[in-house]
Design a protein around this ligand. Structure first.
Ligand code: TEU
Length: 568
């Protein structure tokens, strides 16, 4: 990307709010837009530029709002359209932007579109969704009668039988999240019209949920095909049929044209793309193709488990370096990276990639932040990450609320998996780890609600909370504030060329960023072992310290979990 006239989002930092767990203003124990408004100064103080708001649309909440039943309203659980208008106005007054989370691969099964589609095979909206009869040679409802063998992200088959019609409808996620049929131009036009409506209302862009799943690989006669069998059950992997399908670029270029063309303003489009490769991402984010500005890719968050996220394995720093290095190199001259450690779908960064022990938690959280924020790309801060929030100590299956975790537990137990091994995997990988209430202070509900929180507050909130960190210059919060300020002040952070150093070192992550003759050198020790910096990166020892996460005890030694940004 040329540095001159680089788009505004190359210098921006995005903060993700998962509203249900951010701040509750009406005492019902569930976060809401009123709560977001109350905490806006926290975001302004942090210095972030964009607020990514997870869904607040009307929804039965089967998947905490990622099952939308009305795209053009706000669920009373979270407030009203007027409250959202107020949020847009307050953000804009602070020079910040609003990125709406948009789920258009599927709707809720309670959306009027689906209710009409489900009303019968002759419904004018039948073809707005994916309906298929039973597999040839099977009767509807028979085991194996599902049209394809695909396994759902949320366990079981992706096909749900509609008894009255004897037909099945497709849902890549929960059965209450039927997939829209993007092959139908009526569906596409309805979505584009809705997106334009939101832009007219003042939003500044969209994070588009699983947007690389909207194009399915379907034959001209409508046939869909089985995927390779998955171990241990009757299902197969259908991802070759729905990840980055044959018309995905066509659909995204059409969306961009129909929604954004001709509009004045500075918008941002982010495509969440599970399974996207770096080669595909180059195409999706190449500005000349006008598809999306950046993608959320999953390569680095798939490094610490087997084919299933529930099969956790030790993370190797070499694998992380190789992955980040590949994405930095591939998108260096065309395209752009999103940079994230966690979000509402991932466990807490300090517990997963760092060391959340009492002696290492603060240092590892700030070390990880420094590493990520000094890469080339747009950094995302997930609510509470800036406070060093960690995974929750879930006691038993009854503590979990996430449909993905609960469904997986039921399916795996039915397949005979021992409960203790399952719980160990859930404690480590469940999305609920990221969904416990943000810890604002040390009061009983962490200042999140005056009621009973929908998900328990982490007991460590008495020590780990915003109030305790706000005025502490050594806090995780203060370090994030400094990192974000550095990105705004030094163009090399946003636009400098990236060069990986020490690719084979298993504990030190080091790289340079160079722009117009200036160079930043970043050295991070992702271990509990002191590192001989004078041997590893001699130029770093006597260089000017731009930003560090620890007081430098010995310039020639990188302390455990120490990160330094220096100017050689
Ligand atoms: O997530 C897409 C997705 O792939 C996730 O299911 C992710 O792979 C998994 O949760 C990791 O454990 C998006 C939303 O971010 C997620 O919250 C929704 O549940 C999902 O789509 C369906 O809308």
């Amino acid at each position: 990307m040329p540095t001159a006239n680089a788009p505004w989002w190359t210098r921006a930092v995005v903060y993700q709010v998962y509203p249900r767990s951010f701040m509750d203003s009406d005492g019902d124990g569930i976060g809401d837009l009123g709560g977001v408004l109350r905490r806006l100064d926290h975001l302004a103080d942090l210095g972030v530029d964009v607020l990514w708001l997870s869904p607040v649309y009307p929804s039965p909440q089967a998947d905490n709002g990622y099952d939308i039943s009305d795209y053009q309203d706000v669920d009373p659980l979270f407030g009203s359209l007027e409250t959202l208008d107020e949020l847009i106005d307050q953000l804009h007054r602070r020079g910040m932007k609003l990125l709406m989370d948009l789920v258009v691969n599927h709707t809720s099964d309670q959306h009027p579109w689906f209710m009409e589609s489900r009303s019968g095979p002759d419904s004018p909206k039948r073809d707005w969704y994916w309906w298929r009869g039973p597999r040839e040679g099977f009767a509807a409802g028979d085991p194996g009668a599902e049209p394809t063998n695909w396994h759902s992200f949320f366990s079981g088959s992706v096909w749900n039988l509609d008894e009255p019609s004897g037909e099945y409808y497709l849902h890549l996620f929960d059965r209450r999240q039927p997939d829209l049929n993007w092959e139908n131009p009526e569906v596409r036009e309805a979505i584009y019209e809705m997106m334009r409506w939101w832009l007219d209302r003042g939003v500044d862009g969209f994070r588009m949920d699983v947007i690389n799943m909207i194009s399915k690989d379907v034959d001209p006669d409508g046939s869909l095909h089985d995927g390779p069998p998955l171990p241990g059950g009757p299902y197969g992997d259908g991802s070759a049929s729905y990840l980055c399908g044959p018309r995905i670029h066509e659909f995204l270029q059409e969306l961009h044209r129909e929604v954004f063309a001709g509009r004045e303003g500075s918008f941002l489009t982010v495509g969440e793309m599970p399974g996207v490769t770096v080669e595909e991402a180059r195409l999706f984010t190449d500005p000349a193709r006008a598809e999306v500005d950046m993608v959320f890719q999953f390569e680095h968050v798939d490094l610490d488990h087997g084919p299933s996220k529930w099969d956790p394995r030790p993370l190797r720093l070499l694998d992380l370096k190789a992955s980040f290095g590949r994405w930095q190199a591939a998108l260096a001259d065309a395209g752009w990276n999103s940079l994230y450690w966690d979000n509402h779908d991932q466990p807490r960064a300090v517990s997963r990639f760092g060391d959340d022990s009492p002696e290492c938690r603060r240092d590892s959280a700030t070390c990880l932040a420094t590493l990520l924020h000094l890469h080339r790309g747009t950094p995302y801060v997930y609510q509470g990450e800036e406070l060093g929030m960690a995974n929750h100590p879930f006691a038993g299956i009854g503590d979990f609320r996430d449909i993905e975790s609960i469904n997986h537990y039921a399916e795996a137990r039915a397949a005979g998996m021992p409960a203790d091994a399952l719980l160990a995997a859930l404690r480590r990988m469940s999305r609920d780890n990221a969904r416990t209430p943000v810890q604002w202070d040390a009061s009983p509900s962490a200042g999140f609600t005056t009621g009973t929180p929908w998900l328990p507050v982490n007991p460590d909130h008495d020590e780990w909370n915003a109030a305790a960190q706000r005025k502490d210059p050594r806090s995780v919060l203060a370090h994030y504030r400094r990192l974000i300020a550095l990105r705004h002040e030094d163009p090399a952070v946003a636009l400098g060329d990236f060069t990986m150093l020490l690719p084979a070192h298993e504990e030190v992550y080091a790289f340079t960023r160079s722009l117009d003759g200036t160079t930043l050198l970043v050295v991070c020790n992702l271990s509990r072992n002191p590192q001989p910096l004078a041997e590893l990166v001699p130029d770093a020892v006597s260089a000017e310290l731009v930003l560090g996460n620890l007081d430098v005890a010995d310039p020639a030694v990188l302390a455990p979990w120490e990160a330094r940004v220096v100017r050689p």
